[in-house]
Write a protein that binds this ligand. Structure first.
Ligand code: I6G
Length: 670
């Protein structure tokens, strides 16, 4: 192998790790997804040809390794203790008093952080490279989950450190979490695929980390925040706050809400602030962790058998309450699935009144033995739909009624069917109004056409008023008719029509997702859209072609082909396209970029453009693989000079850079 290839591989690995950190940790990418994908593609090619260059810290390791038969275990160098709990301010004041009594001065400074509701892990870096990741386990010994943790994009595979400052050993501790929105999408996908749903984001994170096949873990939206260190050699931390800033500079994600070096009173007010913030955070927290900041003081306070004396968890009140199940109703979903829903005696949980809870399916009701009239423990967690945790059997009076799944659809009254190997039962009447309403809601939802102002009630109203008979009707709704509806008015009607018009510029990915085809959630829609340049290509594809797309399963392939076999569905899509909907596609853009003259070229735009705005031009050029920057340098390949171009034009001339005007640009774009 020549030296050049070796160098190229190392450089790609370093650059990709750097850009992955900018994207997943700093949320500040400086290159396009396309550029990243192209670099990764090249690295995969090299590593396939020269496997010896595929080092443990190579970004190609993010996609998973061959499956394991079982997990090995490893002892923690320093036990991962648990935390004592505090339940009110008095408990925290007592914690402070005990610390003062032991240490002397009463002006102890603390660090306070949100207590993430995830899975604790330890990451071991030797000479700056991630070599092992373990679960907390029983605190002394954990399971080795290195390959799974390598797939988490926000975990650095190598530490960001100057060569002479890399710690010879560093164990970092943190919490693996799944964001609420990602959790909802994951569960939605599992429901669509007939798999059991995860109870909460923590369970989903734990289940994902315990996969023997790391390729499965790689498909789960895991994230990490780190909060501390285990054994460390060649690096010294003076305080908790210094440790956090050093860990941040080494490339680890640190929770941005953490408060460092604060007084006891500030700790208590931060707790109140966190309680208020909790609902709006996009990940789940169940309290706050308070730590004595100075590590010399931490050492002086020491540890008990199971928990440190220098830290404590101030828990939030439980998000669970008991209430009575007044009824169990059956809701019809967009694919016809009947979902039983508990109608609850309204109860306030964490400041929100809860009156319904999902029961998922009849097997779940049987498993939990849920009956109408039962007193039940109900849980609400963030944005997740409230659910019944368990019934309190001791509160039964004997008049509770067992639930029976109806044999006909509660809305259209047609017969229902139980599908083989699935817990769900379905209304199979394709023109069931309840299904149709849900399909429209899905079509216009945020992840679909994202039509602002078209909420659930408005969809029900439009269907009830017989203004919608298919997706295509949405695009011919008229202001005057909408304005005459109850609770609408002229202004809302105009806004709605404008929002519908805006939604016509939609990605192929969203278009496919919006169609609500069975087993075709966001992920499948994305994979399919990357494969087919246009919707027409997708409509004409056979099951085999769809199945051959990596990540698309048989069920999805079958559902998609069935969907497009229907003449009615094809006609609806044709009508949608005829109304001006233009699905655009990354694959098409990537194909176009492959042979574009702008690929990897650096461009600067200056002066006034007439056929498009500066940002439109930038978008177009970037889609073709160009990098558009704001200042001219010797590295600039082209300067696009519009009318009244000034100093940039002069500089480009000076540097002998190729200058093109708007007409030429248009020609080149074509
Ligand atoms: O900062 C922390 C967050 C979460 C912790 C912690 C934790 O457990 C899940 N546990 C300990 C023992 C310490 N800090 C010191």
């Amino acid at each position: 192998m020549n030296k050049k290839i070796k160098q190229e591989a190392r450089q790609l690995q370093q650059e990709l790790n750097h850009h992955s950190h900018r994207y997943h940790v700093l949320d500040d990418p400086v290159i396009s997804d396309y550029e990243y994908d192209m670099m990764l593609k090249r690295l995969i090619e090299i590593e396939e040809q020269y496997p010896e260059l595929s080092t443990p810290d190579s970004p190609t390791k993010r996609i998973g390794a061959p499956p394991l038969d079982s997990f090995e275990t490893a002892a923690h160098s320093i036990p991962m203790l648990s935390l004592d709990n505090a339940f009110d301010d008095a408990d925290i004041r007592n914690f402070h008093k005990r610390s003062v009594k032991s240490l002397g001065p009463d002006d102890i400074l603390y660090t306070a952080e949100p207590k993430l509701d995830g899975v604790a892990v330890e990451l071991r870096y030797e000479n700056g490279v991630l070599v092992q990741a373990t679960t907390r386990g029983d605190g002394t010994t954990g399971e080795v989950i290195t390959e799974n943790v390598r797939t988490i994009r926000s975990v650095p595979l190598t530490l960001f450190s100057k060569e002479d400052q890399v710690p010879s050993l560093l164990e970092v501790r943190g919490e693996v979490i799944i964001h609420k929105a990602d959790f909802d999408a994951l569960n939605q996908k599992r429901l669509e695929q007939g798999e059991p749903v995860f109870a909460n984001p923590r369970n989903a994170a734990a289940g994902s980390l315990r996969q023997l096949d790391s390729k499965v873990t790689a498909t789960r939206p895991l994230n990490i925040f780190v909060y501390g260190a285990g054994l460390a050699q060649g690096i010294n931390f003076k305080s908790q706050s210094r440790m956090l800033s050093i860990l941040k500079s080494l490339g680890f994600p640190i929770n941005p809400l953490i408060q460092t070096s604060i007084s006891l009173e500030m700790v208590l007010s931060f707790y109140k602030e966190l309680e208020k913030l909790r609902e709006s955070l996009d990940y789940e927290i169940d309290g706050m962790v308070v730590k004595v900041d100075d590590i010399t003081l931490q050492k002086a306070l020491g540890e008990k058998i199971k928990s440190p004396r220098w830290a404590i968890a101030y828990k939030f009140p439980a998000q669970q309450k008991t209430t009575v199940i007044n009824d169990i109703q059956v809701q019809v979903g967009r694919t016809g699935t009947l979902t039983p829903v508990a109608i609850l005696e309204p109860v306030s949980i964490g400041g929100v009144v809860v009156s319904r809870a999902t029961l998922h399916n009849k097997d779940e009701i049987l498993r939990k033995d849920i009956r109408i009239g039962d007193t039940a423990l109900v849980m609400r967690a963030g944005d997740v739909i409230p659910k019944v945790v368990q019934v309190i059997v001791s509160k039964r009076k004997g008049d509770e009624i067992a639930f029976k799944m109806p044999e006909i659809c509660p809305v259209c009254k047609s017969r229902i069917q139980k599908l083989e190997n699935e817990a769900a039962v379905k209304c199979i009447n394709a023109s069931c109004q309840a299904q149709f309403k849900e399909r429209i809601k899905h079509f216009v939802s945020k992840k679909g056409f994202d039509i602002e102002g078209l909420g659930k009630k408005s969809v029900d109203q439009l269907v009830d008023e017989r203004l919608l008979h298919s997706f295509a009707d949405l695009f011919s709704l008229k202001n005057e008719i909408l304005a005459s509806l109850d609770r609408m008015g002229e202004k809302s009607a105009d806004n709605l029509v404008a929002a519908i018009e805006k939604s016509k510029d939609v990605s192929l990915r969203r278009f496919i997702f919006a169609l609500g085809i069975d087993h075709t959630g966001e992920n499948a829609a994305n994979l399919i859209s990357e494969h087919f340049p246009t919707i027409e290509d997708m409509m004409d594809a056979g099951k085999e072609e769809l199945e051959n797309i990596h990540g698309v399963g048989e069920k999805t392939a079958l559902a998609v082909t069935r969907f497009f076999q229907s003449r009615e569905n094809r006609q609806i899509i044709e009508l949608i396209l005829a109304s001006g909907v233009t699905p655009h596609n990354k694959r098409k853009i990537m194909d176009a970029a492959q042979d574009s003259i702008f690929l990897n070229k650096k461009l600067v735009l200056t002066g006034k453009l007439e056929t498009f705005t500066r940002s439109e031009a930038k978008k177009k050029l970037e889609a073709l693989g160009a990098k558009v920057t704001s200042s001219v340098s010797s590295k600039t390949d082209f300067l696009v000079a519009g009318k009244e171009a000034g100093s940039k034009l002069a500089k480009a001339k000076n540097l002998n850079i190729e200058i093109i005007d708007e007409a030429e640009l248009n020609k080149m774009l074509q």
